[in-house]
Ligand binder design. Structure first.
Ligand SMILES: Cc1ncc(COP(=O)(O)O)c(C=O)c1O
Length: 405
């Protein structure tokens, strides 16, 4: 029997990294020595003290619930650690009703959409941007209005450019700073404008802060919840994944507007069974010790960022050092933009980023992510990930630098 898949599956865009994995496999088959800076999944291990806390709590005979459903037996230390962290880090006071424990943020982003969107509703998502915002809308039967993130606006959402009709209809606006893929950061004044926009148009501002702790050169990213009254219209998603090298663990939280927190709780209570208690204990430990755990992790990414930027700039690129995230976002060399334009515009595979990435793989064996995969305004850029060992990064950027442009 051939199962007839749901219409919603047919509406999904192709999964960006599935295509990348196919291209890598095909190149390897042709005998190309592939080196990839494609995917943003930390290579470094989770810090030992977090693993120790997991091991201690998973073996703790005094906890009769340690093997049981994490949702029915929640670890109170986790939301408490979140509240303490927001107080220490941002000076923000959160009540118990303003925090929900999640299994990372990808699931939670999708689950929030299921909790607040009706079929036919409208939502606003940035392009280029993390695909799950739109995917959540597709699953909920809602429609995404795409707002461009442009270099001319420092890759910040331009609220004034959102059409009046969209402001009237939209239920949620997604923002994400420090930003994947552009690496842009947002000042607190931007979050103030976002909150004003949400309040004026009765739109929930959902801030995805997945990279809030991956910052360099002393830069500290603000929280949208620092804006006075933000919790009337905003929520913030945090994930342990990139901050603490814990992608596989599935730990995180959403905080802010209490009615949105309640909606997400309800979806989670009905569709998932939470995170293992030991992971919740370890996640709480990570937040409680963030001040000592984060600097060594960020020192590695900062070193790798410098390595990439200086090697490519020495070869004629003109990149600024990103202040945050685990990526470098680089404009495609002009020759490929011209080639793509001559070949007929921006549609894949003739897009500038697609052309460049294909030629890069063919001639050097290096894989980077084409910006066009993040939507139309990602076109003209590539994303290099810093989640690979230094020697791999050195090899990859050496090969890129050797490419005749
Ligand atoms: C912007 C952004 N948000 C959310 C996520 C999801 O991360 P996780 O589900 O591991 O928390 C990612 C992962 O790459 C991301 O880049």
């Amino acid at each position: 029997m051939e199962v007839q898949v749901a219409e919603r599956l047919k509406k999904l865009p192709p999964y960006l990294f599935a295509d990348l994995r196919r291209k890598i496999a095909a190149a390897r088959q042709r005998g190309v020595q592939v080196v990839t800076l494609g995917i943003g999944d930390p290579d470094l291990p989770t810090p030992d003290p977090i693993i120790d806390e997991l091991c201690r709590t998973v073996r703790d005979q005094a906890d009769p619930n340690r093997h049981r459903y994490g949702c029915d037996q929640p670890v109170e230390q986790f939301p408490q650690a979140v509240r303490n962290y927001y107080k220490r880090r941002y000076g923000v006071t959160l009540s118990a009703e303003q925090v929900v424990t999640t299994s990372g943020s990808k699931d939670a982003i999708y689950e929030l959409a299921m909790g607040i969107m009706n079929p036919g509703d409208m939502a606003i998502a940035p392009v280029p941007g993390y695909p799950t915002y739109n995917i959540g809308h597709v699953f909920a039967g809602a429609v995404t209005f795409q707002v461009p993130l442009l270099a001319s606006n420092n890759f910040l959402v331009d609220f004034d450019a959102i059409p009046h009709e969209v402001c009237r209809q939209a239920k949620v606006l997604w923002i994400n700073y420090p930003n994947n893929p552009t690496t842009a950061v947002a000042p607190l004044e931007f979050f103030q404008r976002a909150v004003d926009f949400g309040r004026k148009h009765n739109i929930l501002i959902a801030h995805d802060a997945a990279y809030s702790e991956n910052t360099f050169d002393g830069y500290r990213s603000p929280s949208i919840l620092q804006v006075p009254g933000a919790d009337e219209v905003a929520v913030e998603f945090f994930s342990h994944s990139k901050a603490f090298n814990m992608t596989g663990w599935r730990a995180g939280f959403m905080a802010g507007n209490a009615s949105a927190v309640k909606a997400l709780h309800l979806v989670k209570d009905n569709t998932d069974n939470g995170t293992l208690r030991a992971i919740q204990f370890a996640g709480a430990y990570a937040l409680d010790h963030a001040e000592s755990l984060l600097p060594p992790i960020n020192a590695v990414y900062q070193r790798r960022r410098d390595l990439v930027v200086s090697a490519l700039n020495a070869a004629g690129w003109q990149l600024e050092k990103p202040k945050a995230t685990i990526y470098v976002w680089a404009p495609v060399p002009a020759r490929y933009v011209e080639l793509a334009a001559r070949a007929g515009g921006s549609s894949d595979p003739l897009s500038a980023s697609g052309l460049f990435c294909a030629e890069l793989l063919e001639k050097t064996g290096v894989v980077v992510t084409p910006g066009g995969g993040y939507g139309q305004w990602g076109e003209g850029y590539i994303r290099l990930s810093l989640t690979y060992p230094d020697n791999v990064i050195r090899e990859a950027v050496g090969r890129i630098a050797g490419l005749k442009l």
